[in-house]
Ligand binder design. Structure first.
Ligand SMILES: [Zn+2]
Ligand SMILES: [Zn+2]
Length: 797
């Protein structure tokens, strides 16, 4: 028997296939089921929510085994054709089950069946109600009279467009709940004061809701806040025919857009960048905006987003970490009077759903978010912007589905036929190679805004200069000089804690982590020993656990550098910025505030200081240890080091005074440091790309890593060795490297290993993986380990 219609459904299972179902029992659903809709289906003994990927007319599944769809959850697709195409592309490229890829793209609530569009119960006044209110009815029911009056005021507010809101936009998103809260507050005020309009402040979202003729009512949630036990009263009024209620969809594609403040005059190179991308609006083009720190990249983003929004289209902006880019989010809010949806990992499930709905309905015109926002629904997408495109955070490198949001953003822009702008002061070598190959266009902004000059960089030879707890004499002298001249100083060290090692001076015992191949880090002020890899945390011992002799912390962390500097510069206020200091929301802002106000003169920090913040009065940056990145077995380590140095150097001299950057190293003759110093990031990138080409590392080859972990080191290696064996004779252009134990083999109690697959190009790598992975998945040893494939890994063991 051939069924008329078969629906191929993606389900969140580890199986790399779709599942066929029949349509639901006839007559239940009038609308046709199309690709992109959610359905509830039987799966074994459970019921799962899945996405219809295809509608087919035939199936290999025998007729008696085909089951019908139980329920259709959407009247229209929640994923349009381009979204489905992107997800399918991602599943193929990363060799990952489509069902799991889809579950990355949809908020949890959507995956368990929440409606795609927010609906709410709203109450509004009828024409008779307005007339009754005008003559003071109902005279004998004060509660009814009050509620009726309240609803009349609400209806008035919908007609007379309110002034722009002074109230800040709700944190995170223009959610219906946030709008409700402020709506309630404003109405409560109006109700109590008796004056219907005075003192009322409406947020953008509220205003939009009220502007639409269908939503001139007041939500039940708002009424809950304004009138305890209002329902009884409302029912009485409804019986008189004076008020009415309805279930209203909050979706509103016609949200407003305005520019709150005009941007500053563009400099020539900014204008050139805006024009170049602007000409590409309406079709695909990939642009690398290579602008030094302080060159005004954000202004270029803002102008392009403005153009796109003016055309009635929408913008997708990706940022590496939301907590570290508050300034960027703030700049968008300050410039535009339009709803934004902000998506990031710190949202609750409900907040995420609200933000997603805001994007899906088209209400939000700007969708800004971290990694997984690349999958956000954006109707009428007009441009994609990836800020700090070199940042490693764009790559998901844990869990099952390991994807690069930056790379997927390019694919998405291509599918949508819109331009993509990849901005950075230190573009990834891959992106620069795409420029060299003519696939991307580079837009250069080598100068800083008004008067600010790029800082001078110099090396300090640690072998030739005395050191005081990790800080050399020339560095101390330079700091003194800059402080005397009223400058601020930034000291960078990529290691938090007090000291990386606790050593017994008698027997040589070093405090180890029991779960990892790592030393425990001393956190002196907290009096703890902590593992930075697995989170192990214990009391700091006073004596050696082996011989009982005194122990001492060895090496430097930010906490100790802070202490050392306090000794050198008594009376000078210091601030520190690292993960130990920034624990709660607002901690980072507090450190930034102390620096900006000039209260703190010296800032000691980790990688965190390199991102997103301007300290205009910082005139000196000291990089305490550049050497970690110079001799790593990971071919990307030099690139990361150069990016870090340039980014941290970019914090210096952003005001009117020139900055100075000092880099401490034991290897002042290292070619990487020399090329970086003499020719800047461009020179470094050229040299590094040449090196990669000679060694045939990406982007001159393609990599995929099979990584696993097991309870024993042998098991971890055994699976990968077997996997290698099944590959047999390798096709041309494909190499297998390993398996090898990870550099830190034991981590969090498990043993890690890796097998690297290298393809001469993308096609040869993926052809090989396609044939090989199904065999690997069937290996009995695969069940004894946890393993995952990482295509285009950004970190190698
Ligand atoms: Zn000892
Ligand atoms: Zn550990």
């Amino acid at each position: 028997m051939t069924p008329a219609c078969v629906f191929r459904v993606a389900l969140d299972t580890p199986l790399k296939r779709l599942f066929d179902y029949l349509g639901p029992a006839s007559g239940l659903f009038a609308a046709p089921i199309t690709a992109g809709m959610r359905v509830r289906v039987p799966f074994g003994r459970q019921q799962l929510v899945g996405i219809v990927m295809e509608v087919a007319t035939s199936t290999d599944v025998p007729g008696e085994k085909l089951k019908p769809i139980l329920d259709v959850l959407d009247a229209e697709p929640v994923l349009d054709a381009s979204a489905l195409a992107l997800l399918q592309w991602a599943a193929d490229y990363y060799h990952h089950p489509i069902g799991e890829v889809l579950s990355t793209a949809l908020p949890k609530a959507m995956r368990s069946g929440a409606p795609a569009q927010a609906r709410e119960e709203q109450w509004s006044v009828t024409a008779q109600g307005v007339a009754a209110h005008a003559v003071g009815e109902p005279r004998r029911a004060p509660k009814q009279r009050e509620l009726l009056g309240y609803l009349v005021v609400a209806a008035d507010a919908g007609v007379a467009a309110a002034r722009p809101a002074d109230a800040p936009a709700p944190a995170g998103l223009d959610s219906a709940t946030a709008a409700d809260a402020s709506e309630a507050a404003s109405y409560a005020h109006a109700g109590a004061g008796g004056s219907p309009v005075a003192g009322r402040r409406l947020t953008d979202a509220t205003r939009t809701m009220l502007d639409a003729p269908s939503v001139r009512g007041v939500s039940a949630t708002t009424l809950d806040g304004a009138f305890p036990k209002w329902r009884e009263t409302a029912r009485a009024l409804a019986e008189r025919g004076w008020v009415t209620s309805a279930e209203v969809s909050l979706a509103d594609g016609e949200s407003r857009f305005g520019v709150k403040v005009q941007g500053p005059e563009l400099r020539d190179e900014q204008r050139a960048a805006v024009e170049a991308v602007g000409e590409s609006l309406g079709h695909f083009g990939a642009f690398v905006l290579h602008g030094v720190t302080g060159s005004g990249k954000t202004e270029v983003y803002l102008r392009l987003v403005e153009r796109v929004l003016q055309q009635g289209r929408r913008a997708l902006v990706l940022v590496p970490e939301i907590g570290l880019t508050p300034q960027l989010v703030g700049r968008f809010r300050d410039r535009f009077d339009t709803p934004m949806a902000v998506l990031h990992s710190a949202l609750t499930d409900n907040e995420r759903l609200t933000a997603w709905r805001g994007a899906f309905s088209g209400h939000a015109r700007i969708i800004l978010g971290t990694r997984s926002a690349v999958f956000a629904p954006v109707p009428d997408l007009g441009i994609v912007i990836v800020d700090e495109e070199h940042d490693a955070s764009f790559k998901q490198h844990e869990g099952g589905f390991r994807y690069s949001a930056r790379d997927l953003a390019v694919v998405r822009a291509q599918r949508a036929d819109v331009p993509i702008l990849l901005g950075s002061a230190t573009p990834a070598l891959e992106s620069l190679q795409n420029v060299a190959g003519g696939r991307y266009v580079r837009l250069s902004m080598p100068y800083r805004a008004a008067r600010a000059e790029l800082p001078r960089m110099a090396l300090i030879d640690l072998r030739a200069n005395a050191e005081h707890s990790g800080i050399s004499t020339p560095a101390i002298q330079a700091m003194q000089r800059h402080l005397n001249e009223d400058g601020q100083v930034l000291v960078f060290l990529n290691r938090r804690g007090y000291a990386p090692t606790l050593l017994c001076t008698a027997c040589g015992w070093i405090a180890p982590c029991q779960e990892c191949d790592a030393r425990l880090t001393v956190h002196l002020s907290a009096s703890r020993l902590r593992c930075h890899h697995c989170g192990f945390d214990t009391k700091l011992p006073e004596r050696c656990l082996v011989c009982g002799f005194a122990v001492k912390p060895v090496g430097q962390g930010t906490e100790r550098i802070e202490e050392t500097l306090t000794g050198f510069f008594p009376g000078v206020t210091l601030a520190r910025l690292d993960r130990d200091v920034v624990r709660r929301r607002g901690d980072m802002e507090e450190v930034v505030r102390r620096m900006s106000s000039g209260e703190a003169r010296i800032l000691v920090g980790t990688q965190m200081v390199t991102k997103g913040h301007d300290f205009p009065n910082v005139t000196l940056v000291v990089v305490l240890n550049a050497d970690q990145g110079l001799f790593s077995s990971d071919f990307r380590a030099p690139e990361r080091l150069a990016q870090t140095i340039v980014q941290v150097a970019g914090r210096a001299g952003r005001g009117t005074r020139p900055g100075e950057v000092l880099i401490q190293t034991e290897f002042p003759g290292h070619p990487l440091l020399l090329s970086l110093l003499s020719e800047g990031y461009d020179g470094f990138a050229r040299a590094a790309l040449e090196e990669r080409q000679q060694a045939a590392w990406p982007p001159f080859s393609r990599l995929a890593a099979v990584r696993d972990s097991a309870k024993t080191a042998e098991q971890a290696l055994e699976f990968l060795a077997e996997a290698r064996k099944t590959a047999g004779k390798l096709p041309r252009g494909v190499k297998l490297l390993g398996p090898v134990p990870a550099a830190m083999s034991k981590k969090a109690g498990r043993y890690h290993a890796q097998l690297l697959v290298e393809g001469a190009d993308r096609a040869s790598l993926h052809h090989f993986l396609q044939a090989w992975l199904p065999v690997v998945e069937q290996l009995p040893s695969a069940r004894k380990v946890r393993w995952a494939l990482d295509v285009d890994p950004i970190e190698l063991f």
